[in-house]
Design a binder for this molecule. Structure first.
Ligand code: PLP
Length: 427
């Protein structure tokens, strides 16, 4: 028996489903999850010593590759001074200043430890600020697992065919209105009928939790105008797209200024750090200045801040996003060409360092489109690539991620393996 298999069997005895986050379980693709022993650059190694080119990158954070020497050194230096103090540190000031510099809509920012905390806190703040309860989200967008947001959410929940979690009280879900992504007419209708009840609209401006579906400029612009007109708070959930689709996130790419922004993943460089921030008049409503409570024992943890700061410095090097975007385009175009050669219906898309692959003729524009992807074909492709040493997300509903450590040779190697995988699918 492989070590992966043995570890999975042991894990299942003491950890529900053998994993600490559902999509890791290979539930929808079948087979045994790989237990990762170490990672370096664009590669990960499993418990059996098998090496893979990694296109998950810890689901987004590892934008400069794994164990980058600068990040490693920053964390080691911070670690030598102690792990956590529960008191303010200079590093928190530095990272707050860095975030505000890179994302100009963020005048003030608070650090938390996960994307879920960031979105949950941003919602509470928006409700406290407006004095309203209703929130609007979009089908297929995932914003972490706070109760109000587990309504028709994406990826992990879609993978398990259960868009609304058990355990969410109906009274809580009742305050969440779910609309179709990229549907301006429906949005206008919703604001016309209950716009003045809406505390916040939360959106992934580039959705990465129903595979990859970029928001259209007209949709995002309509969101900005309607929320402003009705006194609702516009929250961009850039936990995934932040520092990923552009240095200033999706808001810089689209030229839209949200009221609040949620960040995570890249700002922790692989350590548990996330943040929410935005307009100072809203942010000043949180405790200790205002009446909206929000707190965290490990918030602004010194090791996470050190990893985040080192990562934020690396992504500001000249040409970083041009190179990342070019590498990601090379990958998705190469995959699409390989599928075409084999006659397999396939589409792909990318925004900055994020990409999506779909086993259908057209890239999707909303959640309903995503469901046209041929998941049986995706699963066969996933396993063929895994066997060849390429680690894509184990779900047809997840976006993929490229890092600055993915050079042309690795991308071309990936495409060569895909050529064989597509040929086998076409047979
Ligand atoms: N928001 C978005 C857009 C995400 O993609 C995720 C996680 O994938 C979250 C929020 C939740 O972040 P976390 O898993 O750190 O709680």
């Amino acid at each position: 028996m492989s070590r992966n298999q043995a570890l999975f069997e042991r894990a299942c005895k003491t950890i529900p489903g053998g994993v600490n986050s559902p999509v890791r379980a290979f539930g929808s693709v079948g087979g045994t999850p790989r237990f990762i022993a170490r990672a370096q650059g664009a590669h990960i190694w499993d418990a059996d010593g098998q090496r893979y080119i990694d296109y998950i990158g810890s689901w987004g954070p590892m934008i400069v590759g794994h164990a980058h020497p600068d990040v490693l050194q920053a964390v080691q230096a911070a670690m030598a001074d102690g792990f956590s103090f529960g008191a303010p540190t200079e590093g928190e000031v530095l990272i707050a200043e860095e975030i505000a510099k890179l994302v100009p809509s963020i005048e003030q920012v608070r650090l938390v430890s996960s994307g879920t905390e960031a979105t949950m806190s941003a919602l509470r703040l928006a409700r406290g600020f407006t004095g309203r309860d209703r929130i609007v989200k979009f089908e297929g967008c995932y914003h972490g697992h706070a109760d109000s947001l587990l309504v028709k959410a994406g990826s992990g929940l879609l993978t398990f065919g259960n868009p609304t979690s058990a355990g969410v009280p109906a009274d809580v879900a009742h305050h969440t209105t779910v609309l179709a992504y990229n549907d301006v007419a429906q949005l206008e209708e919703a604001f016309a009928s209950f716009g003045d009840e809406i505390a916040a609209v939360i959106v992934e401006p580039v959705a990465g939790n129903m595979n990859l579906v970029p928001g259209t400029p007209v949709f995002l612009q309509a969101l900005r105008e309607l929320t402003a007109r009705h006194g609702a708070v516009l929250i961009f959930d850039e936990v995934m797209s932040g520092f990923r689709v552009a240095l200033g996130g999706a808001q810089a790419r689209y030229g839209i200024t949200p009221d609040l922004t949620c960040l995570g993943k890249v700002i922790g460089g692989g350590m548990p750090a996330a943040a929410f921030g935005g307009r100072a008049d809203i942010m000043q409503r949180i405790s200790p200045l205002g009446p909206v409570y929000q707190a965290g024992t490990l918030s602004g943890n010194p090791l996470a801040v050190a990893a985040g700061l080192a990562t934020l410095r690396l992504i500001q090097t000249d040409g970083f996003y041009e190179r990342l975007g070019t590498a990601t385009t090379r990958l998705v175009e190469g995959l699409a060409a390989a599928a075409r050669e084999a006659g397999v219906p396939f589409a792909s898309a990318s925004v900055g360092g994020m990409f999506g692959i779909y086993f259908s003729d057209q890239a999707p524009a909303c959640f309903a489109d995503v469901q046209h992807s041929d998941t049986a074909r995706f699963n066969a492709f996933f396993h063929a690539m895994l066997d060849a040493g390429v680690y894509f997300a184990p779900s047809a509903y997840e976006a993929g991620f490229v890092s600055s450590a993915h050079d042309d040779a690795l991308i071309d190697e990936t495409i060569a393996h895909a050529r064989s995988a597509f040929a086998a699918l076409a047979r």
